[in-house]
Write a protein that binds this ligand. Sequence first.
Ligand code: ATP
Length: 363
Amino acid sequence: MTADVSIRNATKVFGTFRALDNVSLDIAAGEFIVLLGPSGCGKTTLLSILGGFIEPTSGTIAIGGTDMTHVAPAKRPTTTMFQDYALFPHMRLIDNVGFGLRMRGMSKAERDDKALSMLDLVGLKTSALKKPHELSGGQRQRVALARALAVDPDVLLLDEPLGALDLKLRRQMQDELKAIQKRVGTTFIHVTHDQEEAMAIADRIVVMNHGHIEDVGASSEIYMRPRSLFSAGFMGEANFLDAKVSGICAGEVRVETALGSAVLPMAAFTAGMPGEDKSVTLCIRPEHFRSGGEEGETVTLGRARIIDSAFFGAHHRCHLRAEGAVDIVITAHLPQTAEPHVGDVLDLAVPADSIVALANGKG
Ligand code: ATP
């Protein structure tokens, strides 16, 4: 089963500390949403409000169109899966997975049937009679998922469920989690501080910082068109360059930077157009620097000298120091086929439509 979720102006204050500050978010039924942000940004607080373990100080939560703000956890159509997914060590997998159904009074035959189909879903049907200690960490994690889904929640809340796994297993489980979510169609709301995990699994990512939402969108949207400086920096690597708006004309905006001036399309201003003379920060992803010869509108931000270079398989990761009076170091990922050498001087050329410009509060 599945349901939509609507969060309206949710605020949570602990003493004088605002852990969650006026958060509003609409989640469609069947979406895989990831709450992403650094430690302490309020992800778990929001998840706990959805699960009913914490009451918001103000604001409302609706699931499937029904107000759930003051409804007890057991009465909500949600299940929460925590990182320390405690399985009962003395119980076989089939009984672990069927446990929630037993609590709901389902007959043994029915719950064994359901538990087996859930174990099948996570690829562990043939291990149904094993006990948790006979499994690997990743398999135990899959059992926990089967148990959480066995009670047919409309919304599954997952709090860093892959946090205890080593990196390789974690990557594998991310793919499995995504595939299982697509198969069952349940709304998943998943908390992590790992940007790559978010990109691997989410339909939409919600970037959080200091108790509020900075950005919401598909991973490609947030990466390519971030709407806040925080979100640009949290979702992958970016070069940030201070600039001032010096002219707005015919759908284009001229900005001045320490590396020279550039003309940007209006669309570069993803969070809205600032006025003339306003300070902005340009965000440029390292892979957008071109080594020359490409088609399309290109902005050239002076020249720079390669000060170090390392080969990373898919690209060369180079640091370049701008030529001239300014002390600016740029990170660029040059194509695999480029042959960068320390000391080479390159144009800092970037496609105009790859630059994002955001107000930076400096005036
Ligand atoms: P992490 O990834 O470290 O779990 P998080 O983004 O999930 O972080 P939360 O657990 O939601 O963050 O906590 C947000 C802030 O609220 C933190 O600064 C935390 O210390 C504070 N906080 C959470 N619960 C309480 C509480 N019961 N009393 C006081 N402060 C709390």
